[in-house]
Ligand binder design. Structure first.
Ligand code: AMP
Length: 322
């Protein structure tokens, strides 16, 4: 399949690389790394990485402004469904190729490469660059590593497999870059965010079944001079709390007139509940957008039920083993 994708890339003079709305480091890094790899291999092609960015991820590079393109190949990265593609001219594309690691939702590409086992879309691209004549350099390797390390939450998830480590090892050896510099760019944050994190820890409500949740109003976020995105992104910092199996950050998003929900689990699969509320994601890391705090409460009640069932099934398995 990688060779087929390479053949199509070779065919087109103009290539647009899109990804999902609500940009995150894996989505943006995969776009920018693939753009660089194509430009390095085919200097005469016009390649654009599109979509709304975030100043938080500016260390990854710059996205391109929208133009009036024609006759282009559209590569959609890190996006399982059409409605979440951050690109308005989807229907103008001559051909569409999807490369993704999310659980399958729907087919929208002429060619689709989906590897649900991959830690990140960047990991898939690492494989693709090895399997084709697409060139690489230290800057591309660094960007790919950044997306991978972010989506695997620093290799904490089971999605980090021997293949993940083999690829990382290969790239680090062949295209060296300084890890500490990259981590500073990725993880350095202002004190106000740490203070907001302290507020979340202080006010987290934990149910009997181990579902933790916090509701952040716009006033609270403003009090800490933080923004909705950084509040939601803190969800990864609440892993490994003994009493908590599933945790949820609910953030009022005044700008988009909705409520952002970030969900993580270290037990039950949560993506089906997220999907029920117009969201989605992976089994242990999902998200959704809902209309109100009331709807968010319903979602959390559903998560509580799923977690209760999960605890029961674990207990039953343990009893059967005795
Ligand atoms: P986040 O909590 O934003 O880091 O997202 C975790 C995972 O859930 C990622 O794979 C996202 O693509 C997915 N996700 C987040 N929000 C949504 C949404 N509103 N709809 C579908 N998938 C989402």
């Amino acid at each position: 399949m990688f060779k087929k994708i390479y053949k199509e890339i070779k065919k087109y003079d103009t290539i647009i690389i899109a990804r999902h709305i609500g940009v995150d480091p894996d989505a943006m890094a995969s776009q920018l790394a693939l753009k660089q790899a194509i430009e390095l291999t085919f200097p005469n092609k016009k390649v654009y990485a599109v979509g709304n960015g975030s100043s938080k991820f500016s260390y990854l590079g710059k996205l391109d402004k929208l133009e009036d393109w024609e006759d282009f190949l559209l590569l959609v990265l890190d996006t399982p469904d059409k409605k979440r593609i951050d690109f308005k001219d989807f229907d103008k594309a001559k051909e569409v190729i999807k490369i993704d690691h999310h659980p399958y939702i729907e087919t929208f590409g002429d060619l689709e490469y989906i590897d649900e086992e991959a830690s990140s879309t960047c990991e898939i691209l690492m494989e693709m660059l090895c399997a084709t004549k697409l060139k690489c350099n230290s800057s591309i390797a660094r960007t790919l590593y950044c997306g991978l390390v972010s989506d695997s939450n620093r290799f904490l998830f089971d999605s980090s497999t021997p293949k993940t480590f083999a690829l990382v090892s290969y790239y680090l050896a062949k295209y060296p870059f300084t890890l500490s510099e990259l981590y500073r760019e990725m993880y350095l944050r202002p004190l106000k965010e740490v203070r907001l994190e302290g507020y979340i820890a202080e006010n987290l409500q934990v149910s009997e079944n181990g579902v933790a949740s916090i509701f952040l109003t716009n006033d609270t976020i403003a009090k800490f001079k933080a923004d909705t995105a950084s509040a939601g992104n803190m969800v990864n910092n609440f892993n490994f709390i003994e009493e908590v199996l599933v945790w949820v950050i609910v953030t009022e998003d005044i700008k988009n007139n909705n409520v952002r929900i970030n969900i993580r689990s270290r037990g039950p699969a949560i993506n089906k509940v997220a999907e029920k509320y117009n969201g989605g994601g992976h089994s242990m890391a999902s998200g959704a957008r809902v209309g109100s705090f009331e709807e968010a409460k319903e979602l959390i009640e559903d998560l509580d039920l799923v977690t209760k069932r999960y605890i029961r099934s674990v207990e039953q398995n343990e009893n059967n083993e005795c």
